[in-house]
Design a protein around this ligand. Sequence first.
Ligand SMILES: Cc1cc2nc3c(=O)[nH]c(=O)nc-3n(C[C@H](O)[C@H](O)[C@H](O)COP(=O)(O)OP(=O)(O)OC[C@H]3O[C@@H](n4cnc5c(N)ncnc54)[C@H](O)[C@@H]3O)c2cc1C
Length: 653
Amino acid sequence: MRDSKDKQLGMDRRITRRDFLNGVALTLGAAIVPSSLFLACERHLEPEQSPDYYPPALTGLRGSHPGSFETAHSLRDGSFWQHAGTPADTGESYDLVIVGGGLSGLAAAHFFRKAAGPQARILILENHDDFGGHAKRNEFHVANRTLLGYGGTYSIESPAPYSDVAKGLISELGIVVGSYAKYVSRDLYRSLGLTPNIFFNKETFGTDKLVVDPASLGGTETGDRVGQTAERWQKFLAEAPLSAKAKRDYDRIYHEQKDYLPGLSSDQKKARMARMSYAKFLTDVVRVDGEVVKVLQAGPHPLFGVGIDAVAAQDAWGMGFPGFAGMHLDPTPGKGMNRDAIYNEEAERYFFHFPDGNASIARLLVRKLIPGAIPGNSAFDVVTARANYAKLDQRGSPARIRLNSTVVRVKHNGDPSTAKEVEITYARFGKTYTVRAAHCILACWHVMIPYLCEELPGKQKQALYSAAKVPLLYTNVAINNWEAFQKLGVSSVYAPGCYHTAATLDAPVSIGEYHATESPDQPIVIHMMKTPCQPGLPARDQHRAGRIELFSTTFETMERNIRDQLVRTLGPGGFDPARDITAITVNRWPHGYAYEYNSLFDDFWLEGGETPCEVARKQFGRISIANSDAGAYAYTDEAINQAWRAVGEITKA
Ligand SMILES: Cc1cc2nc3c(=O)[nH]c(=O)nc-3n(C[C@H](O)[C@H](O)[C@H](O)COP(=O)(O)OP(=O)(O)OC[C@H]3O[C@@H](n4cnc5c(N)ncnc54)[C@H](O)[C@@H]3O)c2cc1C
């Protein structure tokens, strides 16, 4: 049975889906390398030097790809040093070593170079095979056409306005955020009659059914939101596979002007809503049918990584979820609101999406640091420029980026208060090496830092541990054409019960020589998103469960789920996964968004006082700490702000 279903889904099709680079499967973690493969690796210790080394074009399991995390996990499990030999001294010495080549690490290198001068010697160590961290570029080549996708960070945007520092860096890179309207065909999908839809799946709602989404719950990423019209509401209410009561309740929460907490002041209501989940608000206060909760459950996934069971009603109000129109709430943000839920008009306008997301920012930063690595000289030509990875780590270059290198120890040579240098040890393809530096910035994930830096005070380590990130899957599926989307009138699909809760046609953005697909008979990328979580648990536990799920699910299972979901959603429009899918890249981020404080679970966020991220990011001797975790805020601007702060700590002396 499984075999014939798999055949229909196209599981046997020869699409590009596996991680191979330079002829060597990228499963090179020190702890897991079989001896035969290890010998192969020995001959490939500098794979980045090969002209074929080009990670953006790899498909299959990307993000935290095989080979990137095994060393870190063996360090966490206490087994790394049992197998590691004595580290080899590279003899290299730098002014600054940065751990982590994400936007924070790259921005830190940029700021430091500006302060210390162009000859400052900087080394960035990054455990992945590509730079950029979450700002990840995915490339596909379909029918003589290059398609770009974002494997992580989607856009320049932030609910809080960009700081002067962050804005300054964006502008220094040549990005004119205000010009975005020139590059995006904002009306393309609407002009073809495509709008956001909801897919009700059989397992959750009793039947598979695609229905117009009258409130554009999921339609954010392509800019395909449409106004709520009476016609769309009627269609939804007629076709949605919900009970009559659930339909009435769904309609009611969007249109009823009722105060569900009468007798309380606005502040009292907000205080109560800050400690009550939105799901509880809907069931216990508004008293809606359970099916309504199921429809809305995954609504906050893209921002919070959890559903409405773990998002405060106050935050749901801030994000524009229904049920609050008659509550007479003062528009000022309430205590304990998440920044994602606080609307800011200035921030709303500061938006720019490159076809590869903020990977373009990473590439612009790399080009500034190592001019030969990426040809060109503008924020336009960077979109199609092919990076030359062989240039990233060259002897003689003041700034160097060493990929496939997991830092396993950072310690002062001597007493941290007086030491003149820091020794950094990293593992690369099964061997360990040391370098020295006058300063070190840890721009990596905070949960990793206590394992690297034994010297840190216990309180700081605890704070660092508490920054466990939000797991996510950002999946890109390249398809031959999007005629099924056109036939069904669909631009994006919100699928609250499915494996991926969102599927969206790529945003039609053309920059420089890159031209977005504008006709349904041409290839395109579908972007799908999943936030694995376990409703009912506290947010951090949900994230932990989701992280385990992502690490333990095979690519084959993910691929089967993707094909199954797409055919069930789009099959009625003629979509055939065996025929139409040409490549799949799953960007797996078990350590995704920085954890943002949540009034349901983090009392300090409501009550005030020092937050864990403030404790975590304290400078220690010659070690400073950056990353978006240092601000507990999962946005690019925070990665930049924290880089600026960390560099300031070093250069102020
Ligand atoms: C899927 C996704 C989508 C997002 N979308 C947006 C968006 O649209 N807009 C926005 O503003 N923000 C977005 N964010 C958040 C934004 O991407 C981040 O805030 C920002 O990119 C973080 O940069 P960073 O350098 O702090 O961390 P990271 O990008 O995580 O970089 C840190 C790097 O350090 C590396 N590292 C960790 N440990 C070690 C070690 N021991 N040795 C060597 N290297 C190590 C990591 O592998 C990683 O590459 C998104 C995040 C995710 C996960």
